[in-house]
Design a protein around this ligand. Structure first.
Ligand SMILES: [Zn+2]
Length: 88
């Protein structure tokens, strides 16, 4: 994977973590979605952390698209988004 393809702006990437284990740990529903520009499938399999959120992101598409594909949830230790502390 080339470095430019990593969605580093989404948060802290956790590159040594197995994405399946990460998804199970935080109850994230991994998904794949076609690139809006070229139709190539993008797979959300890069674990990342952004504040109290935990997610899986897809690498940037090699066609040069700047769109981001990701899924994320709130770490349950911080409560859910409706009744948890939103200051994190
Ligand atoms: Zn593309």
């Amino acid at each position: 994977m080339i470095t430019e393809a990593l969605p580093t702006h989404l948060g802290l990437l956790v590159l040594n973590q197995d994405p399946t284990e990460w998804a199970r740990r935080y109850d994230i529903e991994p998904f794949s979605y076609p690139c809006y520009w070229c139709g190539r499938m993008k797979h959300c399999n890069i674990p990342f952390v952004r504040g109290t959120l935990r997610g899986l992101a897809a690498a940037r598409c090699p066609c040069g698209s700047t769109e981001d594909t990701y899924c994320m949830v709130r770490d349950q230790r911080f409560g859910d988004l409706l009744d948890g502390d939103l200051s994190g």
